[in-house]
Design a protein around this ligand. Structure first.
Ligand code: NIG
Ligand code: FE
Length: 391
């Protein structure tokens, strides 16, 4: 039998089970304890009622919450874009044109270099409390480069996304229709076995609504589930398309009409907000308050990539969302845990209730509010993944 561990003396426990604690979505329990049974949560409740276990960890009056679920990142890349970032901070606007710089560096990298990059950022994220991380291709844009990126990703995470439709590959600049044929044909054949999701950057200068629909529909026919880079740089059809196709998530959602907000609010499609991108591109913030007030489900993720958002820190994104996007600390913490799980259509992560995966983050703080209250401070003091303490 696998051993059990009691984490006790938890000042604030975030369960994301609204039937527990104070009845809010975070399901907060004060003076709490958690039992880990093997790789699962066995029990949660008040310290005084905790059952006997093999092992015991004293949380020291600190906070325990579900490991963050980062549902949107781009970690299969080589090189970086320091100069582009510095130029932007002296006034040059962001365009997605820099993606091509990363494509060249990524194609030139060996498998070992790409994998080293990937594991570096996954472990950086883990140290900041992220226990589930989606990641995508999109900097290869050839059959061989996209499929090797996804095969590498699949060694390290279950949440792998095929983004051959990031931008039109440079070789196809004069014939984008032929590139869409490649993405929906030979490239899809090579990539589908390694991925769970298919994504498309639906934006002026990348793929229009019709191209995006063709790409996502082809992916769906191969068993991949859609998600969309939608309405990041301008208004457009991405969000409506995501809802039409029952995509798990419409990501970015920075430029939304009332009809877009309404469509999200009446769908299962999660609006994933990526404040690291607005921070790093000096763009206007997405309006989380508007989405939440309409009834949409909101997730918060890093979008970690070398161009528009080179952060792997969910706590940083939580702080930005609270300070600048109209979210309360409770809403932001929910969005970074249960919201991310919803954006990946997962029910086994993002909550600390019996039967859920034992993915926990221990914060050196009396409550989860400190994630926003103490921005930039390394509060993560411990991480358990599948029941094993890894930080
Ligand atoms: O999500 N929007 C498209 N893709 C990335 C940016 C990629 C890049 O600039 O390298 C994003 O922001
Ligand atoms: Fe992205």
């Amino acid at each position: 039998m696998s051993s059990s561990t009691l984490i006790t003396n938890i000042a604030t426990l975030v369960t994301n089970d609204p039937s527990l604690g104070n009845g809010t979505p975070l399901g907060l329990v004060r003076d709490a304890a958690v039992v880990i049974d093997g790789d699962r949560i066995g029990w949660t409740g008040g310290t005084s009622k905790a059952p006997a276990t093999d092992n015991r960890v004293d949380a020291g009056g600190r906070t325990v919450l579900p490991g963050f679920v980062d549902s949107h990142s781009h970690l299969l890349f080589a090189g970086d874009r320091t100069e582009e970032f510095a130029a932007r901070m002296s006034g040059r606007p962001y365009t997605a044109g820099g993606i091509r710089t990363t494509v060249a560096a990524t194609r030139a990298a060996t498998d070992a270099e790409l994998e080293a990059h990937l594991t570096r950022y996954l472990s950086e994220a883990l140290r900041q409390g992220t226990t589930t991380m989606e990641t995508k291709s999109g900097y290869g844009l050839t059959v061989a480069d996209e499929s090797r990126a996804l095969a590498l990703a699949a060694r390290h995470t279950d949440e792998v996304t095929y983004l051959g439709a990031h931008v039109v590959a440079p070789e196809y600049a004069d014939d984008p229709a032929a590139y869409v044929d490649l993405v929906t044909g030979e490239m899809l054949d090579a990539c589908a076995p390694h991925a769970r999701w298919i994504d498309v950057f639906c934006e002026r200068g990348a793929f229009d609504g019709d191209q995006a629909r063709a790409i996502l529909t082809a992916g769906r026919a191969r068993g991949l589930h859609p998600r969309v880079h939608a309405n990041q740089l301008s208004y457009g059809p991405g969000v409506q398309l995501a809802v039409e196709l029952d995509a798990a998530a419409a990501d970015h959602c920075t430029h939304l009409t009332d009809a877009d907000v309404d469509a999200l609010a009446h769908s299962r499609t999660v609006a994933t907000l990526l404040p690291g991108a607005e921070f790093s591109t000096r763009a206007a913030w997405p309006d989380a308050r508007r989405l939440l007030d309409a009834g949409a489900t909101v997730a918060l993720s890093t979008d970690c990539n070398p161009g528009s958002s080179f952060t792997s820190s969910v706590p940083f994104c939580v702080a930005l969302a609270v300070r600048d996007m109209g979210m309360t600390p409770d809403e932001a913490v929910w969005a970074a845990t249960a919201g991310g799980a919803a954006a990946l259509r997962r029910t086994d992560v993002g909550r600390l209730t019996p039967g859920a995966r034992a993915d926990l983050t221990l914060l050196d703080a009396p409550s989860h509010v400190h994630l926003a209250y103490r921005p930039g401070v390394p509060l993560v003091a411990g991480v358990w993944r599948r029941g094993v303490r890894v930080v």
